[in-house]
Ligand binder design. Structure first.
Ligand SMILES: [Zn+2]
Length: 262
């Protein structure tokens, strides 16, 4: 398997993170992290977790677990919080600095979550955060909406599986875009089923909504100045072919984009 990803659920144990009406960030983070990890695993990614239970770890411990694992990516799950309830809403993804593949991944994750109805607050540099600074591999920290925003919680709860799928698809799509710095010898390939490619985001959005209405796990990948509407990113060609068949019988013209991971 080409890629190993360390999935980190923020906080845990005696550190609940942000709290709102009894709802604790550590629980939302763990639930989402496990759901995303599960999808990644089913697509052939080697997934490891900093925690799968409600235990306390310092941010340094989390970074250390990542470094010891030799993972290619470190992805940390959190929920945001504003000083007063319902003051802010939206998703943002944090990186150490705005460069490299982690920036693409962060932008793709934000974009995918934006399609589900979250406000997109953008990618922010947070060089001071321990899990971003002390990890040796590219790292992103996802703030999956504000835990004290009823609007964000509504999306998080009512579309939970879509939220997990959107993040996983964005991760899988990004992995295919270029070389992961830590695995230069990788020979693995991702197969993506592309349904359209546009210079204008509005056209890409239109196709995306149409596909989503029919239950396809579609997402938009920004690549080479284009908005590419794709469904899935499969390690297994058979699965990509199955998806292509389903799309074709729904009337779409598709092609499979096979790109080596290195
Ligand atoms: Zn947090």
């Amino acid at each position: 398997m080409a890629y190993k990803i360390m999935i980190d659920s923020g906080h845990g144990g005696t550190d609940p993170g942000a709290v709102y009406n009894g709802r604790q960030e550590k629980d939302d983070a763990l639930r989402l992290a496990l759901a995303v990890g599960d999808i990644l695993e089913r697509n052939g990614v080697n997934v490891e977790y900093t925690r799968t239970e409600d235990i306390y770890q310092t941010p340094f411990e989390k970074a250390q677990i990542g470094n010891d694992s030799g993972a290619d990516f470190f992805i940390s799950f959190h929920r945001n919080s504003s000083p007063s309830p319902n003051q802010y809403s939206g998703v943002e993804t944090l990186v150490y600095d705005p460069s490299g593949q982690k920036l693409d991944m962060a932008e793709n994750i934000n974009g995918a979550l934006g399609e589900l109805g979250f406000r997109e607050l953008g990618v922010k540099s947070r060089p001071g955060l321990v899990v971003l600074r002390r990890t040796k591999m590219p790292a992103v920290l996802i703030e999956a909406g504000f835990i004290n925003s009823d609007e964000d919680n509504q999306i998080f709860d009512s579309q939970f599986q879509d939220v997990a799928q959107a993040i996983a698809s964005a991760i899988l799509g990004t992995l295919n875009e270029g070389t992961v710095e830590d695995s230069p010898d990788s020979q693995d390939i991702f197969y993506r089923v592309q349904v359209g490619s546009f210079r204008e985001r509005a056209y890409a959005d239109k196709l995306l909504y149409e596909l989503e209405d029919q239950g396809f796990p579609a997402f938009i990948l920004r690549e080479d100045g284009l908005y590419k509407v794709q469904v899935g990113a499969f390690k297994n060609l058979e699965n990509a072919v199955k998806m292509e068949r389903a799309l074709r019988s729904a009337g779409y013209s598709t092609w499979i984009d096979a790109a080596p991971a290195s």
